[in-house]
Design a protein around this ligand. Structure first.
Ligand code: MN
Length: 129
């Protein structure tokens, strides 16, 4: 098992990024951040985080493109990938899961729900790691 767990957050909205960073760090988990998809992919390859949280509407590569790029790489495809999205229609959520995301969280972020999901995924990751 790695000495500490690390989450990569890819989000272009500064307020949301600050909130998610705060909540993840409050759970004792290290955070790396990227404000666009290209940088997010770079950091994913570099850091091999335990979990990736990715906004869907991003400048440049969007969340769907980030997901397909991650899932195409053997060394990155097993990292749990969580979408954060304002897409609210049931069809949108299905599309997220079809296109490579493992979980999704709806915006606006509800802190207790967000923290509970992230903690559960990290605990599972630790157990398997
Ligand atoms: Mn966005």
């Amino acid at each position: 098992m790695k000495p500490h767990m690390e989450v990569l957050i890819i989000e272009d909205n500064r307020i949301n990024l600050q909130l998610m960073t705060y909540l993840v760090q409050a759970a004792g988990i290290a955070v790396t951040t990227a404000a666009d998809g290209e940088r997010g992919l770079e950091l994913a390859a570099l850091r091999r985080p335990d979990l990736i949280i990715c906004d869907v509407c991003l400048p440049g590569l969007d969340g769907f493109q980030v997901a397909s790029a991650l899932k195409a790489q053997p060394e990155l495809k097993d990292i749990p990938l969580v979408a954060v999205t304002a897409l609210a229609m049931p069809g949108d959520r299905e599309r997220l899961l079809q296109e490579g995301f493992d979980y999704y969280i709806c915006k606006p972020i509800e802190p207790e729900h967000f923290s509970a999901l992230i903690s559960a995924l990290i605990v599972r990751r630790k157990r398997n790691g």
